[in-house]
Ligand binder design. Sequence first.
Ligand SMILES: C[S@@+](CC[C@H](N)C(=O)[O-])C[C@H]1O[C@@H](n2cnc3c(N)ncnc32)[C@H](O)[C@@H]1O
Ligand code: SF4
Length: 373
Amino acid sequence: MVGLYLHIPFCKQACTYCDFYFSTNLTTKSALVKAIAKEIEIRYKYLNFNKLTSIYFGGGTPSLLSKTEFETIFESINKHFIYDNGSEITIETNPDDITKENLILWKKLNINRLSIGLQSFNDEELKWMNRAHNAIQSVNSVKMAQDAGFENITIDLIYGSKFQDLKTWESTLLQTVSLNTQHISSYNLTIENKTVLGIQHAKGKEPSINDELSSKQFLMLTDILTQNNFIHYEISNFGKPGFFAKHNSNYWLQKHYLGVGPSAHSFNGVSRQWNIKNNNAYIKAIENNTDYFEKEQLSVKDRFNEYILTRLRTIWGCDVNEIKLLFGEEIQKHFLNIAQEKKNDLEETNGAYTLTTTAKLYADGIASDFFMD
Ligand SMILES: C[S@@+](CC[C@H](N)C(=O)[O-])C[C@H]1O[C@@H](n2cnc3c(N)ncnc32)[C@H](O)[C@@H]1O
Ligand code: SF4
């Protein structure tokens, strides 16, 4: 179970809330793609296996890549890795990039999973987010992808903004369900400091998130989606049976992955690496063979803390036997002591501890109570 993540750090325009690493200056796109192809060449041995279970084009907006740019990247992947029909190949797309031509191209490249960033069905909200599409385009983009034969589609939605009350959120969810996709990811809006939204918020021009309302929206999200054949397998992720995201599940299950491109992270069981967040510096460093990443060797406690943080968010939970096997008896004892203190927030089945639905609202806080320093 190993994955390859490729970060494509370009967007047509900057969404007001987003602090992922991207640039709206597309002039370096083809140089950056060449650098990514070269990084694969340099770093493919970071993973102990060369058979990939998943390839994930994230960003940024990978749907901005041209045919030639995709081919450059796949040429490098195909030279160093093997994968087959069972491997999941995802690209993140924006609805305005879903055209007949692109859909044909992505099919030809054997991309078998599309993640479509709808975010909202409210045109006023989409404008406020500075998205490059409206609600009709969003709905059409999903239908076009389905008509083109994509049978594994996931949708991104955001809740918690000043535009959503419980009624509008309910209708958003029902509309989403009616699109009949296999997977939905839904995130609570976070106001990030350096974004347009963050700056406006600091000036008092945008309201804070109403936590009480977003909690109710989260509970409504879980209710409506689980009633409609989606399994809630990670706090923000819902999949129909057989359609959990393989690539992201790898992150949550501590499997190994190589991340290439600016800002991409990698993990091989003992260390974590993260690339610089600067397109020009990244391209130069790859060309000149100089450093472009930082590296952290993980101690047993670091690995335990990460295990708790990721696993508690999932349907698989934290397994006491696995904890003993991975981290030893002392750490297992520590885990069981805290689990006893937190018993009202946890459910236990055959030694696996998961959060109750209400406790999912405070997942990070509960996880930090388990952390060791
Ligand atoms: C990095 S984006 C890439 C996908 C694609 N470019 C798009 O915009 O649809 C991945 C997802 O993160 C979510 N996201 C980004 N910033 C967020 C924020 N501040 N609060 C909540 N969700 C956010 C959005 O739902 C977005 O679709
Ligand atoms: S949400 Fe997507 S399109 Fe918008 S800025 Fe972030 S990465 Fe780019």
